[in-house]
Design a binder for this molecule. Sequence first.
Ligand SMILES: [Zn+2]
Length: 471
Amino acid sequence: MGGLKAAVFIFAFLFFAASAYAGPKYIFLFIGDGMGLPQISAAEAYKGAANKNRDGFSPPEPLIFTGFPALGLARTYNAGSYITDSASAATAMASGRKASRGAVNVSPDGKSSYTPITHTLKGRGYKIGVVTSVALNHATPAAFYASGVGRGDAYAIAEALADSGFDYFGGGGIAQARGRNSDKPDVLKKIAEKYAVVSTKEGMRALKPGVKAVVINEVLNGSSMPFAIDGEKGSPSLADHTEKAIEMLYNEKGFFLMVEGGNIDYACHANDAAAAVKEVLAFDEAVGKALEFYRKHPKDTLIVVTGDHETGGMSVGYISSRFNAPIERLALQKGSHKKFINEIFKPYSEKNTSGASLVHMKKPVMEFFGIDLDALSGAEKASLEKAFVQSLTDPDYDWKNKELYMLYGGNDPFSNELLKIFNAGAGIGWTTYVHTGQPVPVFAIGENSELFKGYYDNTDIYVKMMEGKNE
Ligand SMILES: [Zn+2]
């Protein structure tokens, strides 16, 4: 080979190599909704609680994703506030642009729509999947297939799901399937024209790759999957949905899969620490399914795990617990706040429209929370009595009433007060019933994972996932 020929050959090779590089072929984005560092560290402490060392202390046990080699921090502020909501945070990650509260891929001036990474990658031949533990048309998943809408317009979002042409949706149900005022045609029918819609374990198992599918969880709590802590029989886990998505999406050209642990946020809005910790562990199990895939395709796969914001202003450590955080006590709670309300308190209050008394709650509260009502302080008893009466007489109080909001944050008053006592006993503190402006950690493994080291804006998560794909 002559010198010139060799140079041309090398140049052509380099050119080909450069233009052929398109970044990772298989991209996973796991979003723990409301999952900041406190939720993660509480889950690690809870996971480690069973194993005492020689000093009688249980060190935290790492989660699957906290063992990933690359770690960064993302600022979560949106276009108008230090405190984001899920719609604007998901828009930032899906499209690389800041948006206003409630906006799903809409510019802050409302004039233009953003194109999420999923539509771009679909144009390059990728298969696309969206999995969540809450409604499939909730704000976070919405930003991965819908554009130019507000999060409140769940019906339009569900229509966008039907029109997306994406390959796999799984997890929760469809919220407001007949519109906000229940006056529109069932959007599930429109979805079923284009997708195989299944809602049983057998139906889920029978799905074979090549079919476009929407898998609605067999057991639902409203339009969300049940809380992991409630361990509903017959309900596939977030990990089951993730595993199925991987099977359905796998192909030679590549895929993008977003998995949201949406129930983490719901648990934290209720300041339900035990439920939140179990949701993080269920989310971690779902990450484990992606990690199994990564081990088979290490050179082509990127897994990113982050939160969209922190919820609840949670802390490991509380005033009354001082230097001690007995997080193992979270195991005493037998179910979510929802389960306590629906299965214990509501049936009781419906049966005892008159003559209801906190004394009657002594046994169920002991069984469900491990709280001895007789051992409470006078102040605790007084607050609990007040909340008990509020739940009996006006559980759907106007949360815009400032005094009631400061006390109960829009949650059911009685279970909210029980959780305050319970959480304090486990050394867990909370400062808000909504989100906080704290940064969230970003964990990554696989191709391009080193790009995720550092401190950056949530919009950069999009840029880093797209690395190599803009040429
Ligand atoms: Zn939230």
